[in-house]
Design a protein around this ligand. Structure first.
Ligand code: SAM
Length: 263
């Protein structure tokens, strides 16, 4: 168990799909077309297969995919939904040297790199560069959250949440909101041609279930950081939950997509 439930990943998948930058997906498609349709992809931290479901329809039908995760339950769910034509690997991706890159042109990932450390990203980018393997990293949280109806405790709550995001998620201290920026810098340093695009979640009342779960996800981090008192946190959470269903209310959560291709 990784701490990411299939039900949470299902909840976010439609918002993720809507948020992905379409231009970068087109560039990825063009990259494979220029290579005559030959495509080997490794999706790291695949969860239940959201990246595959988003990208596969845009890629050549002969694309070969390997989906990798350390969570056996999520991997089994991905296999159940996608079928056996794809390869599934239960593996800890923190061991960068052991990642199966033979025949892989592009490593893909979604909602992963904010969990990762700088040291992990440095090792991964070096290995990708040595293998002339590109990277498509979508939906990296960038630390920005805006609500259409503000509350005086929004800024402190987001600051505390972002600080909590930099705790160790299995790779050493996580980059959290700095991840997309650091990844882009490391990819450039390693000689890749890099493009970055914004991919924010824009959640209105129609995304009420996702918003409720997202807000609920603040409680533990805010309590653990401890800047705000428990009753202040509960008041803020109650205000935020009450706003979700109101007509015209909007919550925007910043993400970034990155495409790094061997130059
Ligand atoms: C936020 S989820 C994203 C899942 C999927 N990419 C998506 O967009 O729905 C992060 C995923 O990374 C996986 N993960 C986290 N640390 C990992 C590690 N050290 N090795 C392999 N997978 C890992 C988790 O199990 C989880 O499936």
């Amino acid at each position: 168990m990784s701490g990411f439930s299939a039900s949470w990943l299902d909840l976010r998948e439609p918002a993720d799909r809507a948020a992905r930058d379409a231009t970068l997906v087109k560039q990825l498609t063009a990259h494979f077309e220029a290579r005559g349709g030959v495509a080997g992809l490794l999706d790291i931290g695949c969860g239940s297969g959201s990246t595959w479901r988003s990208l596969a329809p845009h890629l050549p039908p002969q694309a070969r995919w390997t989906l990798l995760d350390h969570d056996a339950a999520l991997l089994a769910e991905a296999e159940r939904r996608i079928g056996k034509a794809t390869t599934f690997r239960k593996q800890d991706l923190a061991d960068v040297e052991a990642l199966p890159l033979d025949g892989v042109d592009i490593v893909t990932a979604s909602a992963l790199f904010d969990l990762c450390s700088q040291a992990f990203c440095e090792r991964l980018l070096r290995r990708l560069a040595a293998n002339r393997c590109g990277l498509y990293a979508a939906l990296t949280y960038d630390g920005r959250i805006d609500w259409s109806r503000p509350h005086p405790r929004d800024a402190q709550s987001v600051a505390d949440f972002n600080r909590h995001q930099t705790g160790d998620k299995g790779f050493g201290p996580a980059l959290g909101p700095r991840a997309a920026e650091v990844l882009a810098h490391l990819a450039q340093e390693n000689g890749f041609a890099v493009q970055v695009a914004a991919s924010p979640w824009c959640m209105g009342p129609e995304e009420a279930a996702l918003q409720q779960a997202f807000i609920e996800g603040f409680r533990r981090p805010l309590l653990e950081i401890g800047t705000l008192a428990a009753d202040e946190i509960e008041q803020w959470l109650a205000f935020r939950q009450a706003q979700i269903a109101l007509p015209g209310s909007l919550c925007v959560v910043g993400h970034a997509d990155l495409l790094a291709l061997p130059a």
